[in-house]
Design a protein around this ligand. Structure first.
Ligand code: KIV
Ligand code: ZN
Length: 514
């Protein structure tokens, strides 16, 4: 049997640590379902000790996902580990992932602990985790900048205590491929009981080398697990991109000689779901999942591809789940066709009332737009979760706005604040500026707009516009996403969604900053 590569997805944990990417319970469940559908081996569902919200989401995912191993991160202490074990209890198969920093810099400056204390705490943490499961991962944070002799001593002891996966993170994205691969290889050679554990890599992309480092560590260092995120989502420059490592290993099977369980046709739907949910837009030239990844613009290339596909194509678009914007439903589609499509998209709505609501919104959209694509259906659902919900503080109702060349445009936004209808009016430099000022004239949020972007979710001028707004206030950063056929209305919805998130006041710990 060929060697297997384990794909460990940490979109819901490390991905979510990126500012503004925080997700709600329902959004996380939907992404976890899609990850299961894509057949990832391990889903790191969160950091249970960080907040009650994280705990609940992990527990719900543990209850619902059956085919992937569900994992929670825990710092190397009893409280975090017990909390992770509690959240994971309903899962068929679960893993506790405990970590502590091992570089001299982190131990001295962040942990204020001696190497001996760190060594002992790691040992005790793994021993404690063994009370709950045999599937334990240990990570040496900032491993790539740690002293190799110390690293080997600590890894030997955690393996002896029962750690079954050893992860050596390149936490700050400092490594280069051959150096990182050599580190993993040397550790495996030097640690006497290294054969009792699977070696894993976890790379950050600060120097744009996360994918290259991960693949080098697999090919040359003998690692057999890659930790990655969908679209490379993650703090700063992000994490290793799942889609890139998976397609590299699959396309270059001749070189890597490894099997994976991933259903690659689910890659693009997963990428779209994560981007729509988090508001982190995928750049058009992003490998595999970017809108241009398979677009042959130059005449020469097009001619070549038409004559023989493999002249310029090393992967087939359909193998990663690109479909030619299939029209799936229309104005005449009934409730049962809509419900069936939700099932095919693995969207499980909890109640008939939720299906009815979503169906109503689908009908409203179908009245305005002749052809409805999967992306439209997903956007209807994520709109619900992004702030059109009745229990949110702010709810968009309607917009009227007028633009004329050479004039400062006015906008009037009708929206509800805690259920009471209010009207905001303002002028602005352009229609979007006027609309956001109109909302602010009533809300006075004090938030700073740090990002505004607009994207078409399908092709053609009939497409819905998807707007992402990122707001910052008192050190908190949130993203709001809004979609509408009218991009100014989409902007108002996105702004309102972001304001709702700011109000939701979720207090959560970053595992690596505490
Ligand atoms: O980057 C890192 O070191 C991590 C660990 C907590 C695994 O995310
Ligand atoms: Zn990380």
């Amino acid at each position: 049997m060929a060697d297997r590569l384990i794909i460990f997805d940490t979109t819901l944990r490390d991905g979510e640590q990126s500012p503004g990417a925080s997700m709600r319970r329902e959004e996380k469940i939907r992404i976890a379902r899609q990850l299961e559908r894509m057949k990832v081996d391990v889903i790191e569902a969160g950091f249970a000790a960080s907040s009650n919200g994280d705990f609940d989401a992990i527990q719900a995912i543990a209850l619902q996902i059956k085919d992937s191993v569900i994992c929670s991160l825990a710092r190397a202490n009893e409280r975090d580990i017990a909390r992770a074990a509690e959240a994971l209890k309903p899962a068929g198969q679960f893993r506790i992932h405990t970590f502590i920093a091992t570089s001299a810099l982190h131990m001295e400056k962040k942990l204020r602990m001696t190497p001996q204390q760190v060594h002992e705490q790691a040992r005790l943490a793994v021993r404690f985790a063994r009370r709950f499961t045999n599937d334990i991962e240990f990570s040496s944070e900032d491993g790539s900048r740690s002293d190799i002799d110390f690293l080997c001593r600590i890894l030997e002891v955690v393996i002896a205590e029962g750690a079954t996966t050893i992860n050596i993170p390149d936490t700050v994205g400092y490594s280069v491929p051959d150096g990182y691969a050599a580190l993993i290889r040397k550790i495996r050679e030097r640690v006497p009981n290294s054969d009792k554990a699977m070696f894993s890599v976890h790379c950050h992309n600060d120097l744009g080398m996360a994918v290259a480092n991960s693949l080098a560590a697999v090919k040359l260092g003998g690692a057999r697990q890659i930790e990655c995120t969908v679209n490379g989502l993650g703090e700063r420059a992000g994490n290793t991109s799942l889609e890139e490592v998976v397609m590299a290993v699959k396309t270059r099977r001749d070189y890597f000689g490894l099997e994976m369980s991933i259903d690659t046709t689910q890659i693009v739907p997963t990428s779209k779901l994560v981007s729509q949910t988090t508001g982190f837009v995928v750049q058009p030239n992003k490998a595999v999942v970017g809108a241009n990844a398979f677009a042959h613009a130059s005449g020469i290339h097009q001619d070549g591809v038409l004559k023989a596909r493999d002249t310029y194509e090393i992967m087939r678009a359909e193998d990663v789940g690109w479909s030619a914007n299939k029209i799936v439903l229309g104005k005449l589609s009934g409730r049962s066709a809509f419900k069936q499509r939700l099932q095919e998209l693995s969207v499980a709505l909890d109640s008939e009332a939720e299906i009815n609501n979503a169906f109503e919104r689908f009908k409203e959209l179908a009245d305005r737009k002749a052809e409805i694509f999967d992306e439209d259906i997903l956007s209807i659902l994520s709109q619900e979760e992004h702030g059109v919900l009745d229990h949110e503080t702010y709810r968009f109702i309607s917009l009227s706005q007028h633009s004329e060349t050479g004039k400062r445009p006015p906008a009037k936004v009708v929206f509800a604040i805690d259920g009471s209808e209010t009207v905001g009016e303002a002028h602005g430099n352009g229609p979007v500026d006027a609309t956001l000022h109109a909302i602010e004239s009533r809300v006075n949020s004090g938030a700073e707009l740090i990002l505004y972007s607009v994207n078409a979710i399908t092709t053609g001028t009939q497409a819905q516009g998807e707007v992402t707004v990122r707001l910052s206030k008192a050190g908190r950063i949130v993203n709001g996403v809004g979609t509408d056929l009218d991009i100014v209305a989409a902007s108002a919805k996105a702004y309102i969604a972001a304001l709702n998130k700011l109000r939701s006041n979720v207090e959560r710990l970053n595992p690596q900053c505490s």
